[in-house]
Design a protein around this ligand. Structure first.
Ligand code: AP5
Ligand code: ZN
Length: 218
């Protein structure tokens, strides 16, 4: 399975990715997690990316495309993969198409903007694994601690309210057009283009996983 999860910031891409990757036995390729790892490691890429991420803008296409191509060359991607937060611009999608990276399905998780701000303000993350919780909707077993390692959870720097508003605007301007991009490609060339599916992202985490699995099987 080669899958793209598309959706606004806070739509639940990372949350659902964990279940889908386990179900299909494929790696999760989250460009956001890769960038946060670079920030934590203090690499030159991380230092440059941190400023951009904290502002809510997007890291340049060239950097992201390079990172993803390098990741796809690793052997665990041979059986498939799940893109979470990538592609995020038309040039990123075109770069994959031009590189002959075949995608089976683009799954859009649809959540109204009003619900997103509440989701992001309550999000807590375990940086080492990328596991994500919510203080109210998806709490960890022990408050402030990761379920598997017991390590402390953090709040992401880009989940401040003003940055969230900017990220939502960037999504509407630069990423949402990908829905139309994939829909027109599917219409023009159904044999080569990915299937495009959309699910309602409101409900419990389990309900949305069930919807995703049903949509992917259709
Ligand atoms: P990235 O890390 O990709 O962030 P994002 O797309 O903004 O998405 P999020 O991680 O915020 O949300 P999510 O959909 O994964 O939701 P989650 O499952 O956590 O990118 C961060 C930054 O990196 C970008 O702004 C950019 O600067 C840069 N970047 C990354 N990729 C890039 C690219 N390709 N090109 C250029 N720049 C790039 O859920 C959110 C919360 O809701 C959690 O608390 C969760 O527990 C809760 N929740 C989940 N499901 C439910 C539910 N059903 N009901 C209630 N709460 C729920
Ligand atoms: Zn995420």
């Amino acid at each position: 399975m080669r899958l793209i999860l598309l959706g606004a910031p806070g739509a639940g891409k990372g949350t659902q990715a964990a279940f889908l990757c386990q179900k299909y036995g494929i790696p999760q390729i989250s460009t956001g997690d890769m960038l946060r790892a670079a920030v934590k490691a203090g690499t030159p890429l991380g230092l440059a990316a941190k400023k951009v991420m904290d502002s809510g803008a997007l890291v340049s296409d060239d950097i992201i495309i390079g990172l993803v191509k390098e990741r796809l060359a690793q052997p665990d991607c041979a059986k498939g993969f799940l893109f979470d937060g990538f592609p995020r611009t038309i040039p990123q999608a075109e770069a994959m198409k031009n590189a002959g990276v075949k995608i089976d399905c683009v799954l859009e998780i649809d959540v109204p903007f009003e619900a997103i701000v509440e989701r992001m303000s309550g999000r807590r993350s375990h940086p080492a694994s990328g596991r994500t919780y919510h203080v109210k909707f998806n709490p960890p077993k022990v408050e402030g601690r990761d379920d598997e390692t017991g390590e402390p959870l953090i709040q992401r720097d880009d989940d401040r309210e003003e940055t969230v508003q900017k990220r939502l605007q960037v999504y509407a301007d630069q990423t949402r057009p990908l829905v139309e991009y994939y829909a027109s490609w599917a219409k023009a060339d159904p044999a080569q283009a990915p299937r495009v599916r959309k699910i309602d992202g409101m409900g419990t985490v389990e309900e949305i996983t069930a919807r995703a699995l049903k949509a992917l099987a259709s």
